[in-house]
Design a protein around this ligand. Structure first.
Ligand SMILES: [Zn+2]
Length: 217
């Protein structure tokens, strides 16, 4: 599920509409909302345990893994090369990303070459490219991913408390920003309080930048 906040909102709206129409009573509406909230927490836990995934509404830099070179950008499914490669008069853009049951694919217009996207990794012409999110739409507003370490740490702390207390309102506000941030949880200490302080990977911060410098990969 790409947008658990939106999904939960939709279910709540449906329950409210059914109640307004007189098709369910208030208790049933309350039950439906409870189910929607439980599904939300479940989806969130799944997302926390899965690597990043491609989102049609986001903007990405497409970076070659072996040398960190920028191949181009994907913005709301439209791909354009960084360089001014000829694209042919009939193409308003260089390529387009398609998602369906078979997976996510990047189809280039002029060459008709097709790349496959799994997680946030693109394979094209035998090369591997990392998709680095540079912009995301959250509740209809464009946001740049958080790249300030202090702001990120504060967000994570708020989210942890909110999750423990099942404070849905607070949690759903911060979660998309944490997910799209330039940082992710440290894979070595998993931001666990006892292991974090002595962790050489994150030097006690509990998080690392998502894209390690070229050469370390
Ligand atoms: Zn660590």
């Amino acid at each position: 599920m790409q947008n658990p906040e939106g999904h939960r909102e939709t279910l709540h709206q449906m329950a409210a509409a059914l109640h307004t129409e007189g098709l369910i009573d208030q208790l049933e509406q309350f039950d439906m909302n409870e189910v929607a909230d439980a599904a939300y927490w479940h989806a969130v836990e799944e997302l926390q345990n899965s690597p990043g995934q491609y989102r049609g509404a986001s903007t990405y830099d497409v970076v070659q893994v072996e040398n960190g070179k920028l191949l181009g950008t994907i913005s709301r499914s439209i791909f354009n090369f960084e360089s001014d490669e000829p694209r042919g008069a009939s193409f308003p853009y260089d390529g387009k990303v398609y998602s369906d049951a078979d997976g996510v694919r990047l189809t280039l217009g002029l060459s008709r070459k097709i790349g496959t996207i799994s997680g946030l990794m693109l394979e094209l012409n035998g090369r591997r490219y990392q998709l680095v999110e540079t912009e995301r739409v959250i509740s209809g507003v464009d946001y740049k991913p958080i790249d300030d370490p202090d702001a990120y740490r504060a967000m994570v702390d708020v989210a942890q408390v909110a999750q423990e207390e099942r404070d849905l309102r607070a949690f759903e506000k911060v979660r998309p920003h944490i997910e799209s941030a330039a940082f992710c949880m440290c894979p070595a200490c998993l931001d666990r309080f006892d292991a974090r302080d002595d962790c050489p990977t994150c030097t006690g911060k509990g998080f690392v930048t998502k894209l390690p410098p070229a050469g370390l990969r």
